[in-house]
Each structure stands twice: as structure tokens, then as C-alpha cells.
Design a protein around this ligand. Structure first.
Ligand code: ADP
Ligand code: MG
Length: 678
């Protein structure tokens, strides 16, 4: 038996349990070992009976007497008297008739459970009980609590782990010896034993540190290796043309913010090198990333190179194409912006293909489907990716195939990534942060409201509409689902058009509509032939309608913090004060998360909060915990991260040969495909 042994071969695991364990991701012994506890109950303090007080207690006793009886139909009670040198206490189990037979009289036991008053008499109710001579799993220790599945309890998981303890102890060290020594880490085998069955709190904390370190170390090493590999690629250097930059800025209807200038300058320096740029522009919604990206594009285009601009949705691709064209216009250089999305007519598409493959179309805007399009881009020198966290190795390879060389890469994101996470995950990226908003932007006024207070809210909204503004209404789903009380697009649309806002022009938009339908509606809203747009989160990223000042989010408690913050960024983009109403699904009290949104408009602070409340998965949506396989959730521990990153860099400096560390190599290879996000 070893780590790769199937779980089904363990004693007591039948086909049924094996299936249930598989639903928890446990199919081998190794999976079981890596199934870390969710939390712990501390039953480690063994007290004399005389000293116990109500609450969680552990005692070491012998049982002199035990009996069971039915008190009424369907209600069986087992009672035992447990004694030590200082006194006696009653143990009571409900509906566990086997207890009477199982208990051995006069043998020393540990008993752990809740000591409580029941019918005017104190007793320990439904306690765990184990022979002192056994290896106690559930008593007299810090007891691990696991995520359970139907039919698989923490107790069963503990038993299985106990059965594989010899294998746990034999787990080899996975880190280089010098590294484990330098970082003063507990042995891996000892850490794995202690994470499941710690002897004491200190040992548990050392185990958590060791395993957390390893996780962050692997991630850091993966992203650093990606970084260095990328630096070995060669690409086209695009020299900086100062006059062009000046002309472009002079044609803008506004002044660039200092943050925008810094970001543009970072980009120009990167693009002048013959190694591919790999830069992330991080800026809250409305911080003006599009113009920064356009300035990057114009530099490449003016030298006769091609640019590909990828947006998350067709809607945004269209909007970007328009924005970029209008930003380029004042230059009068005849730079052509081509839209290439799934829904454009075939004839137009064929023409676009031709222009692109001949290198005439300088800027192609589309969704990520651009990568699948069979069109070559012979002079592709710059790729801009808007709001795509998952732009990894595969996508990069697709780009290489199109251009022959690895182009410069610029990513834009409005998801403020907390520094700790950015350091670990984005180790291979250079980051420019747009930390100031364009002048004259007011911050959005945010208010949580409950469904029965909506009349006053509607009055405030009416006032906005009267003064010529527009409103977004966002709902958590498209159609009514029967089980959940979710406010759907269809329902809300029907309600508003018949009720409070019937005199206004209302449109409905959702992801299941055809793209030309969507485009028509969006055009109508942008052109202000609609006053209210009811939609799902399809409008989440990027849509720019400066005249829209109100955002009403239905069922706000169903959205994540980061998502709500992004949604709210859709309003208050022009000169008008923005308002965001967070409508609860019911009249229950809003969570701390929602309250935070009322108080703060700082995306970075909110992201930190989301990270601490819900873990990294909350920020990354689809790029979940799962793929990164973070089990210790150690991404909040700044010191540990610094230490792990340092160690990863040390490995690179020493040119560590990973093939000597097969386990580490395996992990890092896999993580490289995931962390190469940008
Ligand atoms: P995001 O960073 O969310 O992608 P956009 O690039 O869409 O933001 O810009 C939001 C709005 O701000 C646009 O209407 C854009 O024209 C405008 N804008 C960008 N930079 C500035 C600036 N420096 N001053 C004033 N308005 C700006
Ligand atoms: Mg944008």
C-alpha cells in the first residue's frame, strides 16, 4: 500500500463509500492525505470530573455501569455512569442502542463532549468515547473536522486517515534540504501527520506554516519560471516616437491623469525592448484604461505593425472598436480599426480576413474568438487583452502561431488584486497601477435598501430620470426559477414597465439574446432612445454610457463584492453624480460585505476584504481555488508570502535542477499552466 493505492482498497471502504469519497475529490490515499481539515475542535485538555464546567469537556474515566432502554417509541436512551478519582458524571446517548454492548466496563476511556444541563440534571450528551489504550481520534486531542459529504462523516475520514498513518509518516521531503533548513520548516511527513492529528496547538501551527509555505513557494516558483522563460523570447522592438505621443495627447478631449502618463511611459519603455512586454494595467473601473491601451496601439500601428485587441464580450468589442477609432481620428493617419466578431456578416468577415492577412488592417478588435479565427496576422506586434484573467500559455501559443513571433502583451484589468495575491500569482508580470481617477469624477453614492422601502428609492430614481439621466437595472438571473426567490430580468422588466416606471422607455438585455439584438438594444441605450435598461450581468465589464447615473441592483446579496463594485462602476462615468442602489432579495439584515460597499469606493480595499472573507476564489471567479489547489489558504499571510517568494528566487539563482525533486517538479509544471494568467 502506498500513496497511489486506490481508496477503495482500504478496509471498510465499499463501492458506495468509495463513490461518496470520490465526490469529495478523494480517490487515492494521496488524495486522502491531502484532504486537510476545515477546522478543529479542541478537546485536548483532560480534566478531573470535579473540575469540569458546562461546555466542551474531556475526561479520563472508567465506566462501572451502563444500561439502555426505550423511553417511548422511536426514542432510545443509553445511560452510563463514568467515574474517576474525583467523582462521577452521567453520560447520555440518544438512539445509539449499540453503545450498551460496545462499552467495556472498568477499562480506562477518554470521553469528550458537551457537558450540559438536561431535565434539571447535568450530563455529557452524545459524547465521543475511546479506549485510552487506543490511538484516540475523537477525544482527548485537537480533533480535526473535515468537509463532509452525505454518508461520509468527519469521523469516518479520521478513521481512514488513521489507517494510512504509516504512509503519512513515510512521505518524503519534497523541498530541497537547504531550503527547508533555511526557512526552518517542519519535515513534510511530520507536518502532514500534525495537520490531521496535532499533538498540541503549537505543533499544529508549525504544520500549517510548513504546508502553507510550500503552497506559496510552488506558486511563486511557477510564476518566476514563467517570467524567465518569457524573457528568453525575442520580439519586435517598437521604438518610442515622442512626436506621435504628443500629437495623440493633443487630440484628446481631456488631460491624461498622472497615473495614465506613468502607465503609458512604462508601456513605451517595454515595447522598445526586443523581449516581449508582459504588462498588466490594473485600474479601478473608470480609471481610463482604454486610452492607455490605445496609446500603446498607436505606437505599434504607426510603425506599420498590427495590433489585436481582445474584449470579453462582443458588445464590448464593438464599443472598443468605436472608442479606439474616435481616439485615433484626430491624428488623421488613416489607421484602420477592424471589428471581427462571430456575428458580423460573412461577406464583411471575408473582407476583414483579407485585410488582416495582408497586413493592411492595423487594429483588429474582437473577442477571444479572434484566437480561433483561422486568420494570420503577419505583422502582429501588440496584443491588448481587456478583462481576461485567463490568458495563459495556450493563448500565447495561438498568438505565436499567428505572428511567428511572440508579440508584446498588455492586459487590462479592473479587478483590483490585493498586493499579497498579485505578488504570488502575477510574479511574472510587470504591473502598472492607475490609482487616480480622472478629475471631476464624483464617487458613487451607494445605498442598501430592502424590497419594502422601494417607494422612496423609486422617487429618487424618478428625479434622476426627470433630469434626463438613464438607469441600469441588474438582476441575478434571466428567467424566474421556481425554487429560488430570485428577481429575474423578465420579472423585473415586467414589473417596472407596468408599475413605477411605466412612462419611461425600458429595454431588456441578457446573455441568451442574439448578438445583433443585444447590439441594437445597447445602441438604443447609448443613443438615449431607452431610459432604463434591465439586464443580467452582461453589462458588467466595460460598457461606457456616460449619461447613465443610476444603477439599481436587484438581489444584491446574491452577488460577490468584487462584482458589485464592478457593476457600480458603470455609473457616474460622465460628469453626473452616480447612484447605486443595492436592493436586497428580502428584508433580512445586510451582510458586512454589503455594508463595506456602502462605506468604501476603493476597489483595492474591497478586494482585500473579499479576499479575507471568501478567499482568492472570490476574486478570480472561474480561475478558482480548485485549479490553484490552495488548501491552506495562506494567501493572507504577508510574511509567509515574502519568505516563500524569497525562497523561490533563491532556487532560480542557484539554478536548481527540478528533476532532482520529482514531486516539486510535477506541482510546478502544473501550476505554470494555471498561473500564467495574465
Ligand atoms: P476603464 O478603465 O474602466 O476601462 P475607460 O477607459 O472606459 O475606463 O474610461 C472611462 C471614461 O473616462 C471614458 O469615457 C473615457 O473617455 C474617460 N476618460 C479616460 N481618461 C480620462 C481623463 N484623463 N480625463 C477625463 N476623462 C477620461
Ligand atoms: Mg474598460
Amino acid at each position: 500500500m502506498g500513496p497511489s493505492t486506490s481508496i477503495a482498497q482500504l478496509k471498510g471502504v465499499g463501492p458506495d463509500s468509495a463513490r461518496k469519497l470520490a465526490s469529495l475529490g478523494i480517490t487515492t490515499v494521496a488524495d486522502l492525505i491531502a484532504y486537510f481539515p476545515r477546522r478543529y475542535d479542541d478537546y485536548s485538555q483532560v480534566l478531573p470530573i470535579k473540575q469540569i464546567v458546562p461546555g466542551a469537556v474531556t475526561i479520563q474515566i472508567v465506566i462501572k455501569q451502563v444500561s439502555g432502554r426505550y423511553v417511548r417509541r422511536g426514542m432510545h436512551i443509553t445511560e452510563a455512569i463514568a467515574s474517576d478519582a474525583t467523582g462521577s458524571v452521567r453520560l447520555v446517548w440518544f438512539n445509539q442502542p449499540y453503545r450498551e454492548r460496545a462499552i467495556r466496563l472498568h477499562e480506562p476511556y477518554y470521553v469528550s463532549g458537551q457537558y450540559l444541563l438536561r431535565r434539571q440534571r447535568f450530563a455529557i450528551l452524545n459524547p465521543s468515547i475511546e479506549l485510552v489504550s487506543s490511538f484516540p481520534l475523537n477525544t482527548a486531542r485537537i480533533v480535526p473536522i473535515y468537509r463532509e459529504a452525505k454518508g461520509i462523516s468527519s469521523l469516518q475520514i479520521r478513521r481512514l486517515l488513521q489507517a494510512v498513518l504509516p504512509i503519512i509518516d513515510q512521505q518524503p521531503e519534497t523541498l530541497p534540504d537547504w531550503l527547508a533548513r533555511d526557512a526552518q520548516l517542519m519535515d513534510r511527513g511530520a507536518a502532514l501527520r500534525a495537520i490531521h492529528f496535532p499533538d498540541n496547538a503549537k505543533q499544529l501551527s508549525q504544520a500549517q506554516t510548513r504546508l502553507g509555505f510550500e503552497e506559496v513557494f510552488e506558486l511563486s516558483l511557477a510564476s518566476l519560471l514563467n517570467k524567465y522563460e518569457l524573457q528568453r523570447d525575442m520580439t519586435i522592438s517598437i521604438p518610442f516616437d515622442q512626436q506621435l505621443a504628443r500629437d495623440f495627447v493633443a487630440g484628446l478631449p481631456f488631460r491624461l491623469t498622472d497615473a495614465q502618463r506613468r502607465a503609458v511611459w512604462d508601456i513605451y519603455k517595454d515595447m522598445a525592448k526586443s523581449q516581449p512586454m508582459n504588462r498588466l494595467i490594473e485600474g479601478d473601473v473608470g480609471s481610463g484604461k482604454t486610452v492607455v491601451a490605445t496609446m500603446a496601439a498607436v505606437m505599434a500601428m504607426s510603425r506599420g505593425y498590427q495590433v489585436a485587441f481582445m474584449a470579453p464580450t462582443e458588445l464590448l468589442a464593438r464599443q472598443h472598436a468605436e472608442t479606439i477609432s474616435s481616439l485615433l481620428e484626430p491624428l488623421g493617419m488613416h489607421l484602420q480599426v477592424t471589428l471581427l466578431t462571430g456575428s458580423i456578416p460573412l461577406k464583411q468577415k471575408a473582407l476583414a480576413y483579407k485585410h488582416i492577412s495582408q497586413g493592411h488592417a492595423q487594429c483588429t478588435v474582437g473577442t477571444q474568438a479572434l484566437l480561433q479565427e483561422a486568420v494570420r496576422m503577419p505583422k502582429l506586434a501588440l496584443v491588448v487583452v481587456d478583462e481576461q484573467h485567463r490568458f495563459g500559455v495556450q493563448q500565447r501559443k495561438a498568438l505565436m502561431a499567428k505572428a511567428g513571433l511572440m508579440p508584446h502583451l498588455l492586459s487590462l484589468t479592473a479587478t483590483p488584486i490585493p498586493r499579497s495575491l498579485a505578488l504570488t500569482l502575477y510574479g511574472e508580470l510587470d504591473v502598472s497601477i492607475l490609482d487616480s481617477k480622472p478629475a471631476g469624477r464624483q464617487s458613487i453614492m451607494t445605498k442598501i435598501c430592502s424590497p419594502n422601502s422601494n417607494s422612496s428609492i423609486y422617487a429618487a430614481i424618478e428625479e434622476q430620470l426627470q433630469s434626463g439621466r438613464q438607469m441600469f437595472v441588474v438582476c441575478p438571473s434571466i428567467a424566474d426559477s421556481e425554487t429560488l426567490q430570485i428577481r429575474s430580468v423578465e420579472k423585473v422588466f415586467a414589473e417596472l414597465s407596468k408599475g413605477a416606471f411605466r412612462k419611461w422607455r425600458i429595454g431588456m438585455l441578457h446573455g441568451k439574446m442574439k448578438s445583433d439584438e443585444k447590439a441594437q438594444l445597447m445602441d438604443a441605450f447609448v443613443g438615449h432612445t431607452l431610459d432604463i435598461l434591465v439586464s443580467t450581468t452582461v453589462i458588467e465589464v466595460g460598457v461606457d454610457v456616460p449619461n447613465a447615473s443610476v444603477m439599481l441592483i436587484e438581489g444584491a446579496d446574491r452577488f460577490g463584492l468584487a462584482q458589485l463594485h464592478q457593476l457600480r462602476g458603470r455609473v457616474g462615468r460622465g460628469l453626473h453624480q452616480g447612484y447605486c442602489y443595492l436592493m436586497m432579495s428580502d428584508s433580512s439584515a445586510p451582510t458586512e460585505r454589503l455594508r463595506a460597499l456602502e462605506r468604501s469606493t476603493d476597489g483595492f480595499r474591497l478586494a482585500e476584504l473579499d479576499l479575507s472573507l471568501r478567499g482568492p476564489g472570490a476574486i478570480y471567479g472561474t480561475m478558482q481555488h480548485g485549479q490553484l489547489d490552495l488548501r491552506m489558504a495562506s494567501l493572507n499571510d504577508v510574511q509567509l508570502i515574502a519568505k516563500a517568494r524569497h525562497a523561490a528566487q533563491a532556487c532560480i539563482d542557484r539554478q536548481l535542477d527540478l528533476s532532482n525533486y520529482p514531486y516539486l517538479q510535477d506541482r510546478v509544471t502544473r501550476l505554470r499552466t494555471v498561473t500564467n494568467l495574465n
